[in-house]
Design a protein around this ligand. Structure first.
Ligand SMILES: [Zn+2]
Length: 291
């Protein structure tokens, strides 16, 4: 059911928002007081589904790297469960939840991507950059070029400014837009996540609110993007250039991040908003936030 993520995950405002909220609630179950908080069964279900996705992904890498069908079972299950825990932390309404959840999820992603490799490379993402600890001894770094370009565009855009406090809290770049609502391909939105950056419209902030509730929903999308990019798209993308010396030099510190584009584009065009598993997960983990 759960998959990572679209090119633009957004939160609809006004009538669209209400309709989508209840549509999502209907998909997840009846609109009852039980939706006021995340139930234990929902948390267990979310971790179970992420563990299954982790197992499937790790098994695929194990087979591709010649370690057979069972080579990725332990790291896949453990990594997937960590990803689920990370997303639940990121969805929780406390300062720093996005950052903390993102790093927990990143450990899970690292376990999955290291299957079949002779090195354990733990990646810790901050914005579009990853600090890596290799085999517990040496540090390295990577940057996602597409995420970095998207961030630069956000910096350069008139009417948008970086919110340093919320960026620290979410572990990624959070921008504030002067407009009440944002125009997206799917309608009006108060917030969206786009290539690991979050943009919040003025309409996302309720009266005297310093941290908008919708931020925790967008935090989940950042972690979903991390998984799709780091566990699936980027390793596939770098396989071809890694066969040449010059390609290896380029990919040593840079993920182009280009394969991510068509995967997201196709997923978004095929699946309507309320049926998107990644939206269902983000709504399921933040129902009490009333955004
Ligand atoms: Zn969303």
């Amino acid at each position: 059911m759960l998959r990572s993520h679209p090119i633009t995950a957004y939160h609809l405002s006004s009538k669209g928002h209400v309709a989508v909220y209840y549509a999502a609630a209907l998909l997840l179950g009846p609109v009852t007081p039980a939706l006021a908080q995340v139930s234990t069964s929902m948390r267990v279900q979310d971790i179970g589904i992420n563990a299954a996705i982790g197992l499937a992904t790790a098994t695929a890498w194990s087979v591709v790297r010649g370690r057979g069908l069972t080579g990725g079972v332990r790291r896949g299950l453990l990594g997937g469960a960590a990803i689920g825990v990370g997303r639940q932390v990121a969805a929780s309404p406390f300062s720093g939840s996005g950052f903390t959840g993102r790093e927990i999820s990143a450990v899970g992603i690292s376990l999955i991507t290291s299957v079949g490799s002779s090195h354990l490379r733990l990646s810790f993402p901050v914005g579009p950059v990853e600090i890596q600890l290799v085999d517990g001894r040496t540090f390295d770094w990577r940057v996602n070029a597409t995420d970095a370009v998207a961030a630069v565009i956000n910096f350069a855009r008139a009417g948008t400014r970086l919110d340093a406090g919320l960026s620290l809290s979410s572990g990624t770049l959070v921008f504030r837009d002067k407009r009440i609502a944002l125009h997206t391909a799917s309608g009006e939105a108060t917030a969206f996540e786009f290539f690991e950056s979050i943009t919040l419209a003025r309409g996302a902030f309720h009266e005297f609110e310093r941290v908008p509730n919708v931020l925790f929903h967008e935090n989940v999308h950042v972690l979903q993007d991390d998984f799709l990019a780091d566990a699936v798209a980027n390793p596939v993308e770098s396989a071809l250039p890694n066969r040449t010396e010059i390609g290896r030099r380029i990919t040593r510190h840079i993920d182009l991040g280009l394969l991510f584009l068509p995967i997201n584009g196709i997923a978004n065009s095929l699946i309507p908003y309320t049926s998107r598993p990644w939206e269902r997960e983000a709504y399921a983990l933040t129902p009490r936030h009333n955004y």
